[in-house]
Design a protein around this ligand. Structure first.
Ligand code: ADP
Ligand code: MG
Ligand code: ZN
Length: 490
């Protein structure tokens, strides 16, 4: 296998990659799309099958209502227009994991169309069109290894046959592997928020085929594309696309032509390989499924489903910035899962000063996580813990310095804040005469501020409280300190 010619950044910049993605997402229904078999992952092979999903002659499909609702919810979250009527169609092909000889999918009239996803961040946002979103059933799975005679036989597991999927097809509007990566990240985030799928790539609940071509920059017409199949992580998809873009540029630079074909990505080599070319491409002979009625989503049903749409990550991000004053980046982290965003907001709202909670997350939590290479979901300090510590600072029970020390201990011991605080709680000095002495010292050391106070700037008492807390290593009882200070200053 010849290695790729090195493409210089300059040559690369003369071309524009064009990428369109086809994403399959498994819906989290309890039963399959056209029968009542379970969809549970990990059951023994062929334990979850019946005449319908085995494709036995005469068995009739019955559409799963929840699968439709989930698909519509996902389509709405992706800004699609829901078609009042959509049609199921048979996609005919032969493959060992497809006993019926056809897959029930949607073709001419899909469930939903004309959606979009925003990529890029504030200011540099770009809308990527979603051509269509349709419902279909999954096929079975060929097993090539892991059983007694797998050296010379292939086995078929049909547990997955008939599991409900949505296919989400993007317009060819992504113009870099990075943008494709971002699109996938946003897509997954949105689907997870809706709760209709777990988007688990290892278990095959989210699969992506990437179509890619290149064209000279400025050219309007699309180049010939290749399709990269079965890549099992977003990072690998980006890598595969990067490789494929360079491969295509190399061919065009040498005066060659791109062959339209399907290619496989070999992650350990970082290369794509031709799998099958257009010449052997399928003619699926789609036709309407005679055993299923057209699917009608009445306006009332559509409204009912729309009412279940949660606040989506992009909107939530914007609101967190406005409501709590967090940075765009931190809002991104805090909304990366719906669960985390909810934990944060619940904690912040319950705290005395929600902005302080947001501030502590930014100033004290994120940095510590980053320094240790941890995701926020791996934080020893929970959102409730952050809120708890914020209240303690707010009331003056602990100083900012003590909070930092306590956070360090939490990370060291992998302990939540409440636990560490209970163990390390500083002995509070509430002894009047001891505090009076410190207060007197602080007042003596800051004559300028005393003058300001006496000239009417009462708020400067806060400065004195801070000094006393510092002098007492955070142990002074702040309420008492306040009282003593006012007494002495007056
Ligand atoms: P096919 O008929 O080969 O399946 P489609 O028109 O259905 O092609 O498009 C499949 C996917 O490929 C879509 O996501 C689309 O955006 C993308 N696509 C189509 N043409 C190109 C192209 N020339 N370059 C890159 N992506 C493309
Ligand atoms: Mg297609
Ligand atoms: Zn079944």
């Amino acid at each position: 296998m010849a290695t790729l010619p090195e493409i210089s950044p300059r040559t690369r910049s003369n071309y524009e990659p064009v990428i369109g993605l086809e994403v399959h997402v498994q819906l989290l229904t309890a039963s399959k799309i056209f029968c009542s078999c379970s969809t549970r992952f990990g059951a023994p092979p062929n334990a979850q099958v019946c005449p319908v999903c085995l494709g036995l002659p005469g068995a009739l499909p019955v559409l799963n209502r929840t699968a439709v609702e989930f698909a519509v919810l996902a389509a709405m979250a992706l800004n699609c227009r829901i078609n009042r009527t959509s049609i199921f169609a048979r996609k005919n092909y032969f493959y060992p994991d497809l006993p019926k000889g056809y897959q029930i999918s949607q073709y001419d009239q899909p469930l939903a169309e004309f959606g979009w996803i925003l990529v890029g961040s504030d200011g540099g946002e770009k809308k990527i069109g979603i051509t269509r979103l349709h419902l279909e059933e999954d096929a079975g799975k060929s097993l090539h290894e892991g059983f007694a005679d797998s050296s010379h036989t292939t086995a078929i597991d049909l547990n997955r046959s008939g599991v409900p999927l949505i296919e989400i097809v993007s317009e060819p509007e992504l113009s870099s592997p990075h943008e494709a990566y971002e699109y996938l990240t946003r897509l997954k985030e949105i689907i997870l928020y809706t709760g209709v799928s777990d988007c688990n790539m290892e278990e095959g609940s989210l699969r992506c085929d990437a179509n890619v071509s290149v064209r000279p920059r400025g050219e309007k017409q699309l180049g010939t594309k290749t399709e990269i199949k079965n890549v099992n992580s977003f990072r690998f998809i980006r890598q595969a696309l990067e490789y494929e873009v360079d491969r295509q540029i190399g061919i065009l630079q040498a005066g060659g032509q791109i062959t339209q074909e399907t290619r496989l990505y070999e992650a350990n080599q970082g290369k794509t390989y031709a799998m099958r070319s257009k010449e052997e491409a399928h003619d699926y002979r789609y036709f309407p499924e005679p055993d299923l009625l057209p699917l009608t989503i009445a306006e009332t049903w559509e409204r009912e489903i729309r009412a279940k749409l949660p606040e989506l990550p992009q909107a939530r991000r914007k609101r967190l910035v406005e409501e709590y004053g967090v940075t765009e980046y931190d809002a991104q982290v805090l909304t990366s899962t719906r669960n985390l965003a909810e934990q944060f907001e619940r904690a912040a709202r319950a705290a005395k000063n929600p902005k302080r909670v947001a501030n502590l997350v930014q100033a004290e939590l994120m940095g510590r996580l980053k320094a240790r290479g941890l995701e926020i979901t791996q934080s020893p300090i929970s959102m409730a813990g952050v809120a708890n510590s914020a209240d303690l600072v707010e009331s003056g029970a602990i100083s900012g310095k003590m909070l930092k020390d306590l956070y360090d201990l939490c990370f060291e011991r992998q302990e939540d804040f409440a636990e560490t605080y209970r163990k390390e709680k500083p002995e509070q000095i509430s002894d009047r005469s001891r505090l009076e002495k410190i207060v007197a010292e602080v007042i003596a050391a800051n004559p300028k501020q005393v003058e300001q106070y006496r000239a009417g700037k009462k708020t400067i008492v806060g400065f004195f409280v801070g000094q006393v807390m510092k002098a007492s290593k955070g142990q002074a009882n702040p309420a008492l300190v306040n009282e003593l200070l006012v007494e002495k200053l007056e």
